[in-house]
Design a protein around this ligand. Structure first.
Ligand SMILES: O=C[C@H](O)COP(=O)(O)O
Length: 253
């Protein structure tokens, strides 16, 4: 059985003092690591403080993006080596907001995924279709193409350790969740794509999250689905009580 992974993506919300208060409130109540991987992906500015604060607890801290180069003249960017140096453990790559507003291409996502492994970070690679693509019946083609591009050149072992987050773009921050059955169908297509690229062992091991208006009220049903191994959560991860309820659902899935 695959261990569930619940990751909060705070996007560009909170000030440092709110973030510290949140981690203080949750850190002693995070479920055992053997039952669920619990992650908060925070703004880059907060990472050193939160990593220190979460040390010794079951909470892991992740970044929301990074460059693929180790270092260089890339004003405003954060490198994989810098994240690794401060002991960040996860990084979200190819979020639809990065793809849409910052022109993050499939090729860049692939370079970043490879760089994540080079620097000991676990990549959470986001894929998903727009409403137009869904209505045109192109969901699986779009998502499978993004998965193939992101995983190109990775070893089977690296594919097994990658986390894929399936996030239909029309469900992000809109309150519209895909039905658990629809989400499971696309996550199943992601797994089938992984099997084509990296074989059955990798397909059985890779963890696939659903994201898009996940909240304590709908997470149990989503996690009961065969191919859904966790959730990438925006809005509902911002409040400590709601975040802990999501983790509880993960621990009991
Ligand atoms: O990364 C998280 C997703 O974009 C989902 O955001 P949301 O839970 O606010 O819909």
């Amino acid at each position: 059985m695959r261990k569930p992974i619940i990751a909060g993506n705070w996007k560009m919300f909170k000030h440092l003092s709110d973030a510290v208060e949140f981690v203080e409130a949750v850190k002693s109540s995070i479920p055992n690591k053997e039952k669920v991987d619990s992650v908060i992906c925070a703004p880059a500015l907060f990472l050193p403080t939160l990593v220190e604060q979460a040390k010794g607890s079951n909470l892991a801290i992740g970044a929301q993006t990074m460059h693929f180069e180790k270092e260089g003249a890339f004003t405003g960017e954060v490198s994989p080596s810098q994240l690794s140096d401060i002991a960040v453990s996860y990084v979200v790559l190819g979020h639809s907001e990065r793809r849409e507003y910052y022109n993050e291409t499939d090729a860049a996502v692939n370079k970043k995924t490879q760089a994540a492994f080079e620097y000991n970070l676990t990549p959470i690679v986001c894929v998903g279709e727009t409403l137009e693509e869904r209505e045109a019946g192109n969901t699986v083609a779009k998502v499978a193409g993004q998965v193939r591009a992101a995983l190109e050149g990775l070893s089977t072992e690296q594919v097994k350790q990658t986390v894929i987050a399936y996030e239909p773009i029309w469900a992000i921050g809109t309150g519209k969740t895909a039905t658990a059955e629809d989400a499971n169908e696309v996550c199943g297509a992601v797994r089938a794509t992984v099997q084509e690229i990296a074989g059955p062992d990798a397909a059985a091991a890779i963890r696939i999250q659903y994201g898009g208006s996940v909240k304590p009220e709908n997470i149990v049903e989503l996690l009961s689905m065969e191919h859904i191994d966790g959730a990438l959560v925006g809005g509902a991860s911002l409040q400590s009580d709601s975040y802990l309820r999501l983790l509880e659902a993960g621990a009991n899935a």
